[in-house]
Ligand binder design. Structure first.
Ligand SMILES: [Zn+2]
Length: 236
């Protein structure tokens, strides 16, 4: 599957780039072979208002990543891989609505996650100081949904603790590339978590801003992989 190029001097930058991504695939292979329990999925904001045409802050083309999301969740279900999901849970006059049209308001249809990114019996953690014994409760659930009222999921005080309790290797996907996905990946890197973004399971509001965000995530040490490659590696 993943094969090193011959490294000849004729390699142009594009090939060098390709080789780099193959190497990160190899790293993933080693870790995953060691133990499937060393990974978790970070599912960012896959909610109706972002994902579906007609949603309050629809991300153009986002519905095209839904088949990838379905595969990732099927895989997680089968292999008992932990999933951390972030969700916007706004109140009607949240400060964020100065910069974005109102979206994902608590209690609305648009705030709900799409069916493809929901396991049975997820645990939802609101954005407020946590109860004392919550970590024990968390360990009984395969999918944890953390709520937030701004772009960065780390604004929910539970997230720092959750990240420490979860496996050390995160695979990130969802929307939007240039806001919440980027902040999630940068936050994970800051926390020292090995971070791989599933590049064909993210969607951006803008082409250029999305591309810039990808470069920023790379600079912060995030690797990129496709759903196919990841599934291939994990099923090997
Ligand atoms: Zn929001």
């Amino acid at each position: 599957m993943a094969r090193e190029s011959d490294g000849s001097a004729a390699d142009i930058p594009v090939l060098a780039e390709k080789r780099k991504s193959q190497i990160s695939v190899l790293v993933v292979t080693l870790d995953v072979e060691a133990d499937m329990k060393t990974i978790f999925l970070l599912d960012v904001d896959t909610q109706r208002d972002f994902m579906l045409p007609g949603g309050a802050l629809y991300v153009p083309g986002a519905e095209r990543i839904i088949p990838k999301l379905r595969r990732l969740f099927d895989f997680a279900r089968k292999n008992e891989v932990s999933i951390l999901s972030s969700t916007d849970a706004h109140v009607p006059n949240d400060p964020e609505f100065k910069d974005f049209p109102p979206h994902c308001v608590r209690g609305t249809e648009g705030q709900r996650k799409i069916d493809e990114t929901l396991l049975r019996r997820p645990l939802t953690i609101e954005n407020k100081p946590a109860d004392r014994n919550w970590i024990e409760t968390v360990q009984k659930h395969q999918q944890i949904i953390v709520q937030k009222q701004s772009l960065d999921l780390f604004t929910n005080p539970a997230v720092d603790k959750l990240i420490r309790a979860l496996p050390p290797h995160a695979f990130v996907f969802g929307v939007t590339t240039e806001y919440c996905v980027k902040l999630a990946a940068l936050g994970l890197r800051k926390a020292g978590v090995k971070t791989v973004v599933i590049g064909d399971a993210i969607a951006a509001l803008g082409l250029e801003s999305g591309q810039k965000a990808i470069e920023e995530m790379r600079r912060a040490g995030a690797d990129f992989i496709t759903t196919d490659t990841l599934m291939g590696v994990l099923s090997a």
